[in-house]
Write a new protein. Structure first.
Length: 229
């Protein structure tokens, strides 16, 4: 597993596709970023001084894989820190990132008929796998993505690219305004309790879906969640 390091980084691109939702791309000004799919970082806005403690920071899943020179995250403005991010992060700004953390896809698991369930920006750690060379190792992976409406599906290009990397990959996108919310009962009926489920999204969704799977005799080791927040 890559060693946790502090990377002096430059903001090289910011997209704001929907009000309150931002996609930020960073370039390392030190050595190249080193991490594995499904891992996350700590982002600090205040200047980092090596002689002092690490400043206040927040965790964000890495959306890219380290096959890519640049590192991308997506965040929504929900509180004080992310409000600061929306106000202070500008192209050319220098900040520090500390990474990598987490072992979402590192722990041994079956790569046959794997099910990925994502709510909104919860898809980002999955994209880091889907767009890496590791994804070809998965047989018949399936993604269920729930977003508010078609405007919130800002991930289609990366999903399409995943299909090119692994032609056995398939997916279903639920638009809440027309299709309703993700339904774990229907998902379970499609895949049963022998599949490995990866779940990422709002905490209440993760808790509800995990409890449902456990109540329906899915082994605990077959349920992996991205719930570090």
């Amino acid at each position: 597993m890559p060693i946790v390091k502090k990377y002096k980084s430059e903001v090289i691109n910011i997209e704001n596709p929907i009000e309150g939702l931002f996609v930020v791309t960073f370039k390392s000004l030190d050595s190249p970023f080193k991490y594995l799919p499904g891992q996350f970082l700590h982002l600090a806005l205040d200047e980092y001084n090596p002689s002092e403690p690490w400043p206040e920071s927040r965790c964000f899943s890495m959306q890219t894989c380290d096959d890519n020179e640049y590192l991308k995250i997506t965040y929504s403005v929900k509180g004080k820190f992310t409000t600061r991010m929306s106000n202070e992060l500008k192209v050319g700004k220098i900040i520090y990132l500390k990474l990598p953390y987490g072992d979402l896809f590192i722990k041994p698991h079956s790569k046959n008929n794997t099910v990925f369930i994502a709510g909104g920006t919860g898809i980002t750690p999955f994209l880091s796998l889907f767009n890496s060379h590791y994804f070809i190792e998965y047989k018949n992976p399936y993604l269920y993505l729930g977003v508010r409406n078609k405007n919130f599906n800002i991930y289609q290009n990366e999903i399409d690219n995943a299909k090119l990397i692994n032609p056995s990959f398939d997916y279903k996108i639920y638009f809440e305004n027309t299709d309703g919310i993700l339904n774990i009962n229907k998902i379970f009926n499609n895949h049963g309790n022998n599949s490995t489920y990866f779940i990422s999204g709002p905490p209440i969704m993760i808790k509800t879906f995990k409890n449902f799977l456990l109540e329906n005799n899915t082994p605990l080791d077959n349920i992996r969640t991205d719930d570090w927040e």
